[in-house]
Design a binder for this molecule. Structure first.
Ligand SMILES: [Cu+2]
Length: 489
């Protein structure tokens, strides 16, 4: 049996005998575990940091972090780097199971904290940055060998926050479906919190920074809150094949996906608060910040960035399934926002408008039926000064639409771009420039028109209190593509 599993099993208290057996099976990587019926188990409660730090658990947490950081054997589950490496090599970002994989990861890490500290009641705290966007002071004090301190670019994440994923229109869950919570939430606030804090947090080795664990506990909590919010929001049912199979952490450490469907069944924990934020921490924002971070399409229309001059990329077949409709080469991003025009022809615009109606569409001289639309950023690289983070970009598509009003455009926030996302993709693909694809909900192209000028992509820069000036990200090509793949597989 895996050493960690053995240790973890020994720390199981507060559970019924029956539950103990189920969890033991879980820790052995068994893939069929019947979830415990709610009510049979004592749920452990993960508190917000401000409550947590006043409890006796705080000293246990500090002790565990200290001991794990002092252990330099990366093969030992009792070392900090063991857990950083799991994230580096296994975490799915911009991929299915982003939230569910991290739920299991946090669960195992929390068990390890208990084991190392010897405190069987230790739980992982979360950081509610929608209430307190400044990093807790215990993490920023560099004195006295504080194990929670590490160098960071910024210690306030207010610029990373958005209410967008909590919109009542996002009712589906997984990546790959339309109107989905998970990819929206990963795009922001999840990625920008990594980017704005910067330094270790802007990289896949982000668990090196102890705040990672509180950030991800909050991410996990907001997923719980999203489910609780109701209003038609729905997870794939537990019987859905989505929950078949298991998450991998190490070859010897796995968890049935079905165990991560809910926190209250097999894993048996809950959060101090399980409701969605109702607003941004406005008191801490300047009017300019409010404008910037809320970034509804309506707001963005008022901040049209300067149009850059780039060499145009031609329409062409880019793979068996995809066709490029036009774009630009060699786009450099710095501390300014920029607009990149997409030279999409009148015929191609008609194709997009047809896809928007839900039907398939043809392109001139091409027998394929196209069904979905993506923005592709190709040969993406982060510069040396860009790597440490402190900034990110909102990626916005501006589409002329045919209405009675002259020269009207629709602006759609289609995602975010920052060093965390790029560093992650680069690592998973063995280094070097990466390709990033943003699926655009086809309804964005409803009544799309080429009448009032070219479509454009805006990279709206969002800077933290500290952020680098000069070239941070290079995009070899920015282009719009149609694909023969279904929008909703
Ligand atoms: Cu993360």
């Amino acid at each position: 049996m895996h050493k960690l599993s053995r240790e973890l099993m020994m720390t199981h208290v507060e559970v019924s005998r029956r539950n103990f057996m189920q969890r033991s099976a879980l820790l052995l990587g068994a893939s069929t575990i019947a979830p415990t019926v709610f009510g049979q188990t004592t749920l452990t409660v993960r508190p917000e940091w401000q409550s947590f730090k006043t409890t006796p658990r705080y000293d246990s947490f500090i002790k565990a972090v200290k001991l794990m950081k002092a252990n330099t054997n990366a093969n030992d589950p009792r070392s900090w780097s063991y857990w950083t490496n799991i994230h580096l090599y296994q975490c799915p970002h911009s991929a299915p199971y982003f939230l569910a994989w991290h739920r299991g990861y946090l669960y195992y890490f929390e068990r390890q904290l208990r084991s190392v500290s010897g405190d069987t009641k230790l739980v992982l705290p979360y950081w509610d940055y929608y209430t307190n966007p400044a990093l807790p002071a215990e993490f920023t004090n560099p004195n006295g060998g504080n194990p929670l301190y590490i160098q960071r670019v910024n210690t306030n994440v207010r610029q990373a926050l958005t209410m967008a994923p909590f919109s009542s229109t996002l009712i589906n869950f997984p990546r790959g479906t339309s109107k989905a919570f998970e990819p929206s939430f990963e795009g922001a606030p999840h990625n920008p919190v990594h980017d704005i804090i910067g330094s270790w947090m802007a990289d896949l080795q982000s668990p090196t920074d102890p705040i990672f664990w509180l950030h991800h506990a909050n991410v996990d909590r907001l997923w719980v809150a999203w489910v609780n919010a109701g209003g038609g929001r729905k997870m794939p049912a537990l019987t859905n094949t989505y929950w078949s199979g298991s998450h991998t952490y190490m070859s010897s450490l796995t968890m049935a996906r079905s165990s991560t469907y809910s926190t209250r069944t097999t894993l048996a924990y809950s959060y101090q608060s399980e409701s969605l934020p109702s607003k941004l921490p406005l008191a801490q924002l300047t009017p300019a910040d409010v404008h910037r971070v809320q970034a509804t399409p309506e707001d963005l229309r008022a901040v049209l960035p300067a149009v850059g001059a780039f060499r145009l990329s031609p329409p062409r077949q880019t793979s068996e399934q995809t066709f490029a409709l036009g774009g630009a080469f060699d786009v450099g991003l710095d501390e300014r926002s920029i607009s990149v025009q997409l030279p999409v022809s009148t015929e191609s615009t008609q194709t997009l408008a047809q896809i928007a109606t839900g039907s398939t569409a043809l392109l001139p001289g091409n027998p394929k039926r196209y069904r979905s639309i993506e923005l592709v950023l190709d040969d993406v690289e982060v510069s040396e000064i860009g790597k440490a983070g402190g900034y990110y970009y909102q990626v916005v598509l501006s589409i002329p639409v045919a209405t009675a009003a002259a020269s009207r455009s629709r602006t759609i926030l289609i995602g975010t771009l920052g060093p965390f996302k790029i560093n992650g993709a680069a690592h998973h693909h063995g280094g070097g420039p990466v390709q990033l694809r943003y699926r655009i909900d086809r309804s964005a192209f409803d009544k799309a028109s080429s009448r009032s000028g070219a479509m454009s992509v805006w990279f709206v820069r969002v800077s933290g209190d500290q952020s680098p000036k000069g070239g941070v990200i290079g995009l070899g090509e920015v282009r719009l593509e149609t694909s023969t793949e279904e929008q909703d597989p």
